[in-house]
Design a protein around this ligand. Structure first.
Ligand code: S3P
Length: 442
């Protein structure tokens, strides 16, 4: 029987010969949708109810910040969280620094909201990783709207200080396809004069647009040019939100079952918004056996159960416009590629260098420690499949998605793998280890 031992920081996995994954499992709520439900609930008028909220560290950071800003948010649980919003423009000036923890989404989206609160002063910070992540990508467009923001290294790094202002709508042509940048500017545009438009080079996740519409904002989308426009001086009304399971969390099980012989798994209730399903397309290109069953729409987001069976994977090239639609799944796709025939090439993914860790560098180093053949490219990875993995000590570098990707690789390695700092998984998936135990029948 596969042996899994976890202490507070590390996770050790000693797989047995029958290491397959089976049964029906559920993944926690979508992280992006959870952040947005808390934020829009906090700035809308009236009550927002949230079902299926992710109880990970990141949404907890968002909830804590918005409580400090005056929103009433009930105790967090997956059944029903109630948010009593303050109404647009009515957030309070907090008496202390807002702590975004490890969460880039909290910091970047909240920045757009706070920068548009005239006459109020805010400060925000985050953990070691977040304080090294680029903020100029949101600070610069906000400054074009009239925002006043200060930070380290020419206003590029947190901690940040914000003196709220009355903002002007702009048309911003973003150099990167980033939902965090797009959402930050749209949120600032809610209170700005006139219209605010964001045009992206490729389509990024559209949860903000969907939810803003549901809350009553005037949103126009032009799919041809990847542009979204919000009309300022909006009115937002609290809504019931149902959060689907996170496809980024489901991705670990999709790849785990695809590479572990004998596996057959159903991951229930997964969000399959087309701006997030790049992982399904990439795995289909690799000949993975994945079927979408019971497709439905829940509270404005498409949802399905995903059935996955083991199959022999083949290499593929992943590059271009698909990258923003699978940006968080590249670490686990790298694991899939180790078990594929041929050489998989991932390009146009330089953004991975400024995530919770430098995911290109960290994944290449850690997977090579296990015996994989991974070459780091300036904007991607080249992975030659077919080399057997042997367990050893690896390190998540405090990155949740790295920790979980290494655990799936460990399941298909010989001998014991110990993943140091594996507790980082709690950022987006606190139940990861117990679900792993459940799926291997432990
Ligand atoms: C997110 C957008 C993505 C993603 C992150 C969550 C969001 O970041 O990597 O985990 O909720 O908007 P970028 O928009 O910076 O690519």
């Amino acid at each position: 029987m596969t042996d899994i031992t976890a202490n507070q920081k590390d996770l050790s996995i000693r797989p047995s010969a029958d290491r397959c994954l089976h049964g029906n499992i559920r993944v926690p709520g979508d992280k992006s949708i959870s952040h947005r439900a808390l934020m829009l609930g906090a700035i809308a008028t009236g009550e927002t109810t949230i079902e299926g909220l992710l109880l990970g560290e990141d949404p907890r950071s968002t909830a804590q910040c918005f409580r400090r800003l005056g929103a009433e948010i009930s105790e967090l649980n997956t059944q029903l969280v109630r948010v009593r919003g303050v109404g647009l423009g009515n957030l309070q000036e907090p008496t202390d620094i807002l702590d975004c923890g490890n969460s880039g989404t909290t910091m970047r989206l909240m920045l757009g909201i706070l920068a548009s609160h005239p006459d109020k002063f805010f400060t925000m910070t985050g953990d070691h990783s977040l304080r090294s992540r680029p903020m100029s990508r949101v600070v610069k467009p906000l400054q074009q709207m009239g925002a006043q923001i200060w930070g380290r290294q020419g206003n590029a790094l947190a901690p940040l200080a914000i003196q709220g202002q009355r903002l002007q709508g702009i048309h911003y042509h973003s150099p990167i396809a980033s939902a965090q940048v797009k959402s930050c500017i749209l949120l600032a545009g809610l209170m700005a004069e006139g219209q605010t438009t964001v045009t992206e080079p490729a389509l990024s996740r559209d949860h903000s647009e969907r939810m803003l519409k549901a809350f009553g904002a005037e949103i126009q989308v032009d799919p041809e040019t990847h542009s979204v426009t919000v009309t300022g001086q909006a009115q937002l009304q609290g809504q019931p939100v149902v959060v689907p399971g996170d496809i980024s969390s489901a991705a670990f099980w999709l790849v785990g079952a695809a590479i572990a012989p004998g596996s057959e798994l159903i991951v229930e209730n997964v969000g399959v918004n087309p701006t997030r399903t790049g992982i399904l397309e990439a795995l289909a290109m690799m000949d993975a056996d994945i079927e979408l069953i019971n497709q439905r729409v829940v509270a404005g987001e498409p949802v399905a159960d995903l059935r996955v069976r083991h199959s022999q994977l083949k290499a593929c090239t992943i590059a271009g416009d698909i990258i923003p639609r699978l940006i968080d799944e590249i670490p686990i796709l790298a694991v899939a590629a180790i078990f594929a025939r041929g050489t998989t090439v991932i390009r146009d993914a330089a953004e991975l260098r400024v995530k919770e860790s430098d995911r290109l560098q960290v994944m290449a180093t850690q997977l090579n420690r296990l015996g994989a053949r991974v070459t780091e490219l300036p904007d991607g990875l080249e992975i030659t499949g077919g080399t057997p993995l042997t367990g050893t000590e690896v390190d998540s570098h405090d990155d949740h998605r790295v920790a979980m990707s290494l655990a799936i690789a460990a399941l298909c390695a010989k001998d014991t793998t110990t993943i140091h700092r594996a507790e980082a998984a709690a950022i987006s998936y606190p139940e990861f280890t117990s679900t792993l135990q459940e799926a291997i029948g432990g």
